[in-house]
Design a protein around this ligand. Structure first.
Ligand code: URA
Length: 491
């Protein structure tokens, strides 16, 4: 025969324990008991139909439940936690464990046992819920009625997975002891008036509250967000999406994640841009004529040596050194960028910084060997604006591009590439003297003269600045496609 046991409310530990004691004393097997919550029955059938109390359903049970049963402290701790779980199987599981512990006192240590494993999973889930509640409860001030003086009052709404409010409430009492507050949840509420902590298992309705502290949370969150430490998977575990709707700062998360890569690169650039202590020595050394024999006039090497002392515009004054093109003299493809960035300026080589990495990756995806290309820039000196310790990239103006075109034209004359690739608007302007919109001329071969073809694509650093992740990925795919096209055009 199956005995039905009704528990009040959501079923607290002492109520379950009293019933379990009596069942155990009566020798009832776990499968002979049907644990039910009266509140759920009431919801389904209306009050009154099942008005029998727990005791009435226990065969031969005494209402005082005096039977002495000794259980281990470990079982009590487990039961105290699991009883908060929202799954109705908790009562049955606990009774099964209790019943089986009678003949196996070490049962709880058998981690491979299905009941024990389930109990530990449930306990873990409650522990997680407990920590999330401690971390994600956000109090909002509730204005006092007009003309009423008194202590400021605060209200918070939280949606726990389990019935943990009474368990966590003492933490909030300690932490927010000098405030008057209520924490409302669909699984019970807690309140503190400065003197008494009250808890209830009645489900609450979500209040409509928001205040200026929301903005504070957002500001705080944005300021502590560190893109260098972003691990999206871990972040989602720490702050699962289901909590976002009640966290004012959560609305920032998608944009912070989307912008993290660009911000990181920006941070990297700033870091690298701190003028090195030996910057001036480097600059002077770079300007000195090297101790190598002068290259034969009219060769690319002679041009490179000459460019080291370039003063055609003012950019040489602040840059560390001229960053001249590099690559084989018989390269079929010449890549033209805008100007060296911070890292290129220090290294003295083109495209070795973050934009270079995007470019290199596209090359390797297209199966192209960077060493077969001649890579250069429209402008050979790094133009930047000092900001504190940082050197922030500045776009070269038309005059600077025009002055530097002198070098680029000579590089093209000497290398004689079949295909010249303009990466970005500055390179396009330098090569054509036109300010076409990139989109209008991009991704297709353009005949320059009978020996040379031009191909236009975006600058890789543009891709690094796109904040929207989906757009960035789309644009990156287009860029990679362009680079693959270059490979085909150069054959
Ligand atoms: N951007 C450029 O245009 N050229 C470089 O060499 C590096 C970044």
């Amino acid at each position: 025969m199956i005995e039905t046991c009704y528990l009040e409310g959501r079923g607290d530990l002492s109520e379950w324990r009293d019933a379990a004691r009596r069942f155990l004393a009566a020798g009832l097997e776990p499968r002979a008991i049907n644990w039910r919550l009266r509140s759920e029955e009431r919801d389904l059938f209306g009050a009154g139909d099942n008005d029998k109390a727990v005791q009435e359903s226990v065969p031969g049970g005494s209402t005082n439940g005096q039977t002495q049963i000794s259980v281990s402290p470990a079982f009590l701790r487990l039961a105290d936690s699991i009883i908060c779980h929202s799954d109705a199987i908790r009562f049955d599981l606990l009774y099964r464990l209790l019943f089986r512990s009678k003949s196996d006192r070490n049962l709880l240590e058998v981690k491979t046992d299905a009941d024990v494993a389930l109990a530990h999973r449930m306990q873990k889930s409650i522990g997680r819920d407990y920590h999330k509640m401690k971390a994600f409860v956000r109090f909002k001030e509730v204005p006092l009625p007009m003309g009423v003086a008194g202590r400021r009052r605060f209200l918070a709404w939280f949606e726990p997975d389990h019935f943990i409010v009474a368990r966590v409430a003492p933490f909030f009492q300690r932490r927010f002891n000098d405030m008057v507050w209520i924490i409302a949840t669909p699984r019970g509420s807690a309140s503190w008036d400065g003197q008494t902590l009250l808890t209830s298992t009645e489900p609450a309705q979500k209040p409509d509250i928001s205040d200026e502290t929301d903005e504070l949370w957002r500001t705080y969150y944005a300021s502590i967000f560190n893109p260098a430490r972003l691990k999206v998977k871990m972040m989602m575990t720490e702050m699962p999406k289901k909590y976002w709707k009640n966290l004012p700062e959560a609305e920032l998360i998608p944009s912070l994640i989307a912008g993290a890569e660009a911000k990181l690169i920006d941070m990297g650039q700033r870091q690298a841009t701190e003028p090195l202590p030996f910057h001036h020595r480097l600059q002077e050394a770079a300007a000195r004529t090297p101790d190598v024999p002068a290259a034969e006039a009219g060769t690319i090497e002679a041009l490179r040596q000459e460019a080291r002392r370039c003063t055609r515009c003012d950019l040489y004054c602040r840059a560390t050194q001229t960053v001249f093109g590099e690559g084989p003299l018989d390269a079929k493809v010449m890549i033209v960028g805008e100007q060296p960035g911070d890292q290129e300026d220090l290294a003295g080589r083109p495209f070795v910084g973050p934009a270079g990495r995007v470019f290199d990756e596209a090359l390797s995806l297209a199966g192209l060997d960077r060493r077969a290309l001649y890579i250069t820039n429209a402008v050979k000196h790094f133009k930047y604006e000092p900001r504190g310790k940082r050197r922030v990239h500045q776009r070269p103006n038309a005059g600077e591009v025009e002055q530097c075109r002198w070098w680029l034209t000579r590089e093209i004359d000497l290398v004689k590439p079949k295909l010249v690739v303009a990466m970005g608007a500055t390179a396009l302007f330098s090569l054509t003297d036109r300010k076409d919109r990139l989109e209008n001329v991009r991704s297709r071969p353009i005949i320059m003269d009978e020996t040379r073809t031009l191909f236009v694509t975006v600058h890789p650093s543009y891709l690094l600045r796109i904040p929207d992740q989906i757009k960035r990925e789309e644009e990156l795919a287009r860029f990679r496609h362009d680079i693959a096209t270059i490979g085909r055009l150069a054959i």
